[in-house]
Design a protein around this ligand. Structure first.
Ligand code: NAD
Length: 367
């Protein structure tokens, strides 16, 4: 075998044999010399419709870490759209770099040209490290963008709707766990009080809960204390803190061997994507520990429901009523999980997969 062939084998094993590669349809590696853009767009599945998912900018330690993230996140979007009854597929993009130092309008425009080259197979939106101004720069190069400001005809920031959906998920999980969805005096710890976490803190405070907050940003924590009377918990003391509900709203993979062993709560429901470090193993560990776990991609779908309103042309009222549905679906998933003795995450994925398979059969039947 020639040297060049040998390197090809090594390269392909990085992707097609990657442990997070699960039948993804298309992975696009983007590099723009003049703006310094390095990005990966992942399209997982377009059976139900175009792949929609936000763009995240993060200072990844390696290209491998970025690839892993985009593979996991894009697959999660497939499940999220499917279980929420949306005619969308799953996709996501990551830009490699420090969003505070490396980002520029030229970089976002270059990214927009890559999105445009996919002719609508992938529709982008904002995620961690990306703001509305960035999306406006992307919009200059492609129409395949959602979540742009309302004054530009978009649906605006999806975060408040995401928070409302997470709140619905928490109500359902509380009803399932305690037979009563009242949050009065329940101790709830919100980890990460950014765009979503802050609105969630407001809902929980209004519902009479005792709210605890944790973040790495001292200014945000002080604001939560001042505005809502929330109690601050040090970032490294979160998992040991006795609480009724843990709401992870920062980054993913906070549910792992160490944290699950330490956790002292009855319910977990939050906005972060990919909360389970290893889906099978940690989903089962939570079930065995008797913790009610509301699947992340189910309860955090409000933002997706909101941006989808730009494509499917429905208004605010429908956005909120579809998001409220998260409560009923979460309760049904938890009941089925208990009945079948299977982790809730697996049940939610099963429901999503059933919808995709049934669409595939319809499509192949009509060919
Ligand atoms: P954000 O960046 O505004 O907020 C995240 C917060 O977490 C920040 O305040 C940050 O300082 C904090 N944080 C980071 N590391 C932390 C740590 N180790 N401990 C405690 N806090 C930490 O992001 P967001 O838009 O609020 O989204 C929160 C999460 O929800 C993300 O995982 C995102 O992918 C997910 N999500 C968001 C939406 C949406 O509509 N914004 C939709 C679905 C899922």
């Amino acid at each position: 075998m020639a040297d060049s062939d040998a390197s090809l084998v090594t390269d392909s094993s990085v992707l097609f044999e990657h442990r997070e590669f699960h039948d993804h349809e298309q992975i696009v590696f983007c590099h723009d010399r003049s703006s310094g853009l390095k990005a990966i767009i992942g399209i997982h599945d377009t059976t139900l419709g175009p792949a929609l998912g936000g763009t995240r900018m993060w200072n990844y330690a390696s290209d491998e870490e970025a690839l892993r993230d985009v593979l996991r996140l894009s697959r999660g979007m497939t499940y999220k759209a499917a279980i929420s009854g949306l005619d969308l597929g799953g996709g996501k993009a990551v830009i490699i770099g420090d969003s505070k130092k490396d980002k520029s309008p030229e970089m976002m425009e270059a990214f927009g040209r890559y999105v445009d080259s996919l002719s609508g197979r992938y529709i982008t939106a904002k995620d961690v490290g990306i703001d509305s101004q960035d999306m406006i720069a992307v919009r200059r190069q492609t129409p395949h963008v959602t979540g742009i400001p309302e004054e530009m005809g978009g649906s605006g920031d999806p975060s408040p709707v995401t928070a409302f959906g997470v709140y619905q998920g928490i109500l359902a999980a509380a009803a399932f766990c305690w037979g009563d969805d009242s949050l009065k005096d329940r101790r709830i710890l919100v980890q990460g009080v950014g765009y979503v976490g802050e609105t969630l803190v407001r809902h929980l405070t209004e519902a009479g809960a005792e709210v605890l907050v944790s973040d790495i940003r001292a200014d945000q924590l002080e604001r939560m204390k001042r505005t809502y009377g929330a109690r601050i918990v040090e970032a490294d003391g979160v998992y040991e803190t006795p609480m009724d509900i843990y709401a992870p709203c920062a980054l993913g993979a906070t549910l792992n061997d160490k944290s699950i062993a330490a956790l002292r709560c009855s319910v977990i429901a939050g906005a972060a994507n990919n909360q389970l470090a290893e889906e099978e193993k940690h989903g089962r560990m939570l079930m065995e520990k008797g913790i009610t776990y509301a699947p992340d991609f189910l309860v955090n779908a409000g933002g997706l429901i909101n941006v989808n309103s730009e494509i499917a042309s429905y208004g605010r009222k429908e956005v909120m009523s579809r998001t409220e549905e998260i409560r009923r679906t979460t309760y049904e998933v938890l009941e089925r999980s208990a009945r079948e003795g299977m982790p809730a995450q697996n049940i939610a994925k099963k429901i999503a997969e059933e919808r995709i398979h049934s669409m595939r059969s319809t499509q192949s039947g009509s060919n």
